[in-house]
Write a protein that binds this ligand. Sequence first.
Ligand code: HEM
Length: 402
Amino acid sequence: MTEAVTALPAFPFRVRTPGEALDEYSKLRAEAAVTRVRLPGGHEGWLVLRHAEVRTVLTDLRFSKEAMTRPDAPRLIPVHRGSRSLVNLDPPDHTRLRKLASREFTQRRVETLRPRVEEITAGLVDSMLAAGTTADAVTALALPLPITVICELLGVEPAEQAQFRQWGDKVLTVGGPGADADAAREAAGALMGYLTGLIERKRARPGEDLLTRLLQAQEDGDSLDAEELRTLAMTILIAGYHTTVSAASHLLVHLLEDPARYQSLVDDPELIGTAVEEALRYSQVAGGFGSLRIALEDVELGGVTIRAGEPVIPLINSANRDESVFAEADEVRLDRTDNPHLAFGAGIHFCLGAALARLELRVLLETLVARRVPLALGTPVDELRWHLATAFPRPAELPIQW
Ligand code: HEM
């Protein structure tokens, strides 16, 4: 390795809290829109820090996700080689799969899930409140809510949900603390086997679930084959589970760290819609690791030339704090209406599950504030321990009290 390579800052940065990471991004963003870094494994690449340039990388097809699945490509999180997942495809394959999947995730379709999401959330909140006066909100709320919703979407039988969740947790802690690559591989294999069986069962006995509807989905005479459906189900689990856990945990941290902030929602639940968007903007939810792309040709961006073949990381969390786009970007403003945050990405890969994630986060807040319980953090925010070296940063635990 040359001296020039070792002199570059190493990304991901070594930080202990999301605030420290944001401070690093803020310093770099003040200097340049795009900066060069060294990635794990010695590759050099580009960090993109400002809103306009992050948006360009997310939307401009000269930056490819599919190229990231090549065996020698640099990566920040494991990518299943040869996987035909939506997240890792470029057009035209991406266009075809997305068209088949997207009608099940429209705002209208997702709203039909609201009564059941409300029921699941009420069950979790009421059991937590009934069990005492303190709880870990990660274990009691943030983890079980999204996985229960995903299990029901896919039609995983209640008796099989605990096992399904265990496999999901093993696959998704890769790169994080206590990660065990062998256990993750084994769990991914078990999940794929389980999904194959589940799809067969749905084919034989169609249900009321998303998997059945995707199995029946037709667009212009085209449909998903069993392998595509299995990969899509796996993608929904991977993209929809710990992202939402992370978002729900951050949402609660930022609302409860200031009791007046939480009280303002209890007093005026109309604020919940903008409060959820503000938490998505303000929090370090999607770490950006999963959004790495490879330039397919030389591209001028933010004053530098990105060469064909180079990795590019659009740092969504940095873009969401760009002072040139967001007034008082480092302040939480629950009533912020002009909020073009990029927490769900942009362009053709814009989060397929955004409407569902928003529904879950809104219902969680609606359910909590409706109980009118004076919730507060049980630990000062600067004493929280964080899982940061993962694609889905979140507090290890989130003690709350009432
Ligand atoms: C608050 C929670 C969530 C956040 C912050 C989030 C964030 C994102 C982001 C940033 C992307 C784009 C990645 C890129 O362009 O590189 C994405 C894509 C995606 N998300 Fe989400 N997501 C969340 C929840 C969900 C849920 C609940 C589901 C499904 C049930 C889901 C399914 C997907 C899928 C399938 C993609 C790939 C879309 C494509 O490539 O066309 N996500 N998400």
